[in-house]
Design a binder for this molecule. Structure first.
Ligand code: FMN
Length: 195
C-alpha cells in the first residue's frame, strides 16, 4: 500500500454538509483557505484547461455578498413569491461564515473541450476542497441555491457570460457534534460486466 488508505476512507466517509446556522464563532484562517484552494487545483481537467476559478469572500467581503444577494432577491422576487425564510438566509449565511468561496468555471476560449467536462473538472476541484476541509475539521455547505445561476451573479463575480457560477461554499467551524451520513450500498449503484 502506497498511502494510509484508512485515513482517506475516513475523510471521504466523514465529509458532511454542515449549514452555516450550525457554525461556531471560531474563525477559519486565510492560510487554511489557501490550502483548500491549492488542493482544488490538483484536480484533473481534460486538456489541462484548469477551468476552476474561485472568488473568496472574507471579512467585509462577507457583508458585500450578504448585501448583494439579499438586495437582489428583494428587487427581483415578486411580492407573492417572496419567501421570508429564504431572504433571511441570504442575509445571514455569509455573515455566519468565516469565508464563502464562489465556485466558477472559466469557459475555454476555443470551446474545444465540451462544457460538461469543464464543469466536471470544477466539481472534482470542489471535492478536493471538501475533503481537505474535512481533514481540517471544517464545516462546509455547497449551496447552488439562489442566486447561483442568475446573470446578475456573473456580473457581481466579474466572470464572462460564457463562464458559469456553480455555487457557493460556506465555510466555518462546526458548533456541535460532527453529523453522520448514509449511502446506498454499491450493489444498488453498480453493474459488473465480466463477460
Ligand atoms: C452541486 C451541488 C449543489 C448543492 N446545492 C445545495 C443547495 O443548494 N442546498 C442544500 O441544502 N444542499 C446542497 N447541496 C448539498 C447536498 O444537499 C448534500 O451534499 C446532500 O444532502 C448529502 O449530504 P452530505 O453532503 O452531508 O453527504 C449541494 C450538493 C452538490 C453536490
Amino acid at each position: 500500500m502506497k498511502y494510509d488508505l484508512s485515513e482517506i476512507n475516513n475523510i471521504i466517509e466523514n465529509r458532511r454538509t454542515i449549514y452555516p446556522e450550525l457554525f461556531s464563532s471560531r474563525k477559519v484562517h486565510k492560510e487554511q483557505i489557501d490550502r483548500l484552494l491549492m488542493n482544488a487545483t490538483w484536480a484533473p481537467s481534460h486538456g489541462m484547461t484548469q477551468p476552476w476559478r474561485f472568488k473568496v469572500f472574507m471579512n467585509d467581503g462577507l457583508k458585500k455578498l450578504s448585501k448583494y444577494q439579499s438586495e437582489l432577491y428583494q428587487t427581483i422576487i415578486a411580492e407573492d413569491d417572496f419567501n421570508e425564510m429564504k431572504f433571511e438566509k441570504l442575509i445571514n449565511r455569509p455573515i455566519l461564515s468565516s469565508a464563502v468561496v464562489a465556485i466558477c468555471m472559466q469557459r475555454q476560449k476555443s470551446k474545444k473541450i465540451p462544457e460538461i467536462e469543464e464543469i466536471e473538472a470544477v466539481a472534482c476541484a470542489v471535492q478536493n476542497i471538501l475533503l481537505t476541509a474535512t481533514a481540517y475539521g471544517l464545516a462546509v455547505h455547497w449551496s447552488s441555491g439562489w442566486p447561483t445561476y442568475r446573470s446578475e451573479t456573473k456580473q457581481f463575480l466579474n466572470i464572462q457570460s460564457a463562464d458559469r457560477c456553480l455555487g457557493f461554499l460556506y465555510i466555518g467551524y462546526p458548533a456541535d457534534e460532527w453529523p453522520s451520513g448514509q449511502r446506498k450500498p454499491i450493489e444498488y449503484v453498480t453493474d459488473w460486466i465480466n463477460e
